[in-house]
Design a binder for this molecule. Structure first.
Ligand code: PMP
Length: 386
């Protein structure tokens, strides 16, 4: 009996991905491994609709965040951070560590930042780049990138998108023009452990031509491992060596990406939208309240406020005893809410199981709930797909 890992990443890993992971380790420059690595990089490019360059290397999402910044913005230049929570905020100390001037617009937790606030801030200074977190994992808020991209590009800044909790569940099409000519996403950075559904450990990042040109305009960057110059030849021909890639994780990533591309982005986007809407409807039926309004709520995870009298550590411990693992909330919401992931390889059956167990735990804790009503709400959204 497996545990159901419904935290907002890492997420459930399918058995075929584990099988790939456990294949015999090959030499990292072995042409047979190089083919697998190259295929993984090509699939990454296909996912983002053919950006100029893509990098898949050992590291977590935070390394990918760092790569996005150090390769495009130099010391003394300005970065605007659009933050919908804890992970948006992370770009502030990260960029400051490299001597970059940083301004931040912070949303009230659970709300989106308005396009107007961004337009106003962009008038104040000349920004080299703007970061937006596609889904902030602390709040379950999805950023309205369709509105923000043209505004940022009109101001002449690079648009950097943190896709760690979004990639493969929300559209991140780097060839698409948003509202005006040339208004495209410049950088998408992500990790392997969320909607992609592979184990944690890979930093994944794609650059547009404009972002590559920004790197070329900087002679040196204050990094070595994170400098894309050092990785370019490896991404082009993985029989080359810069630093040893995580061979087995690449096997797993190749398998996970095949699953992603086979399902197709259109189907994945719809599936995740349905998951988000359905699970929130079910939890609302238990008297719980999502932090974000439905218009701003993410398809990949939900941050759910507890009803009066539900103690966080008791609730989560009781759920864990039943094999369902959810996450606590971060910062000032700690103890007041929990976070549940619904992405990647997660199935409707897994989510139904979670809904039933959550209902039973609430009953055990003295709350009167109707599990049947929650399941009905869930199935109404998913229709015959559940
Ligand atoms: N950005 C977002 C949106 C995240 O959710 C996370 C991790 N939860 C990160 C960045 C950092 O990624 P990692 O923990 O893999 O370094």
């Amino acid at each position: 009996n497996k545990e159901l890992l419904l935290i907002p990443g890492p997420t459930p890993v399918r058995d075929d991905i584990y099988d790939a992971l456990s294949q015999e380790t090959m030499g990292h420059t072995d042409p047979r491994f190089a083919r697998i690595y190259k295929n993984s990089i090509e699939m990454t490019k296909e996912l983002f609709n053919h950006p100029a360059e893509a990098y898949v290397i050992s590291g977590s999402g935070t390394l990918a965040m760092e790569m996005a910044i150090v390769n495009t913005v130099s010391k003394g230049k300005r970065l605007l951070v659009i933050s919908h929570g804890f992970f948006g905020d992370r770009f502030v100390p990260l960029a400051k560590a490299f001597g970059i001037e940083v301004d931040v617009i912070q949303a009230e937790w659970g709300k989106q930042i308005s396009k107007k606030a961004v337009i106003e801030q962009l008038k104040q200074h000349e920004y080299k780049a703007v970061t937006v977190t596609h889904v902030d994992t602390s709040t379950g808020v999805v950023a309205n990138i369709q509105e923000l991209i043209p505004v940022v590009k009109r101001a002449g800044a690079l648009f950097i998108l943190d896709g760690v909790c979004a990639t493969t569940a929300l559209e991140e099409d780097m060839s698409k023009e948003y509202g005006q000519e040339g208004a495209k996403i410049d950088v998408v950075l992500t990790g392997s452990q969320k909607a992609i559904g592979a184990p944690p450990g890979l930093a994944i990042i794609a650059f547009s031509e404009e972002a590559v040109a920004a790197r070329e305009a900087l002679e040196n960057v204050p990094a070595y491992y994170a400098d894309i110059h050092n990785w370019r030849k490896v991404m082009d021909d993985p029989t080359a060596y810069f630093a040893t890639p995580p061979v087995n994780l690449i096997y797993a990533y190749e398998c996970a990406m095949k699953i992603v591309l086979e399902e197709g982005m259109e189907a994945r986007v719809e599936r995740h939208e349905n998951y988000g809407a359905a699970i929130r409807r079910a939890l609302i039926a238990y008297g719980m309240k999502p932090l974000a309004k439905e218009e701003a709520a993410a398809p990949t995870l939900s941050c759910i406020l507890y009803p009066e009298g539900v103690e966080d550590h008791v609730f989560r411990a009781k759920l864990a005893d039943r094999g369902i693992i959810v996450a606590g909330a971060l910062a000032h919401l700690s103890g007041k809410a929990f976070r549940i992931g619904h992405m990647g390889n997660t199935t409707p059956q897994m989510l139904e199981q979670a809904i039933c167990q959550i209902g039973e735990v609430l009953e055990e804790m003295g709350h009167s709930v109707t599990i049947g009503a929650a399941l009905k709400a869930f199935r109404e959204v998913l229709g015959s797909k559940a």
